[in-house]
Write a protein that binds this ligand. Sequence first.
Ligand code: CA
Length: 229
Amino acid sequence: MGKSFNIGMKSIVLITVGIIALVVAFIFITENQIQVENGDITFDISPPIDNQPTMGEASAPVTIVEFGDYKCPACKSWNETVFPKIEEEYISSGKVKFSYINTLFHGEESALAAMASESVWNQDNDAFWDFHKEIFIHQPEAQRHDDVWVTPEKLIDIAVSVGNEIDLETLAEDMIKQTYKEDVLKDQELVEQYQVSLTPSIVINGTMVEDPFDYEHIVSLIEKELESN
Ligand code: CA
């Protein structure tokens, strides 16, 4: 009797949890209508980019958002291979603006690099993009996921290599005091809202591409957006 009662309770709990999960998913879908096409996911509302590091003309008709992680090897690769092509072809010409949102899939080191980058963004917008690029350059090529390489000292070294727009004392203090912790937590809310499960995740005017390394497909989505805007 006792055993079947337990199983019964477990089933009720599981069913309740299942119903709650469905309701939450339904609310999200109805609020931000997700459509899936060929593996790409389209959201009704593009990820909001206010207070996010953004490059390019504010009036650019297409917005690309990267959900990235400074500790992720695929992000290093994407930022060194795909991004420069987008920058040269579309950002420089004012057709696309580009925002970066922190994703913390590799724990404390991801969070430290994210908070340092937010400090640099708040000090000097242009220096941010140099710092951002340099962090990926400094990511060891053959790292294992558990190899520690993001440290405050390393980030200060990277800031030195970027040049004198970054105040090193401010950066060091911001890392110790976690001045931009709230900004990074806000990024994590977006990570959850947009169901980011891989980094980098690339969103083009609300469409999250299945394969961020498929440059031809990225171009076709940008061109489609340019035609309709
Ligand atoms: Ca941010």
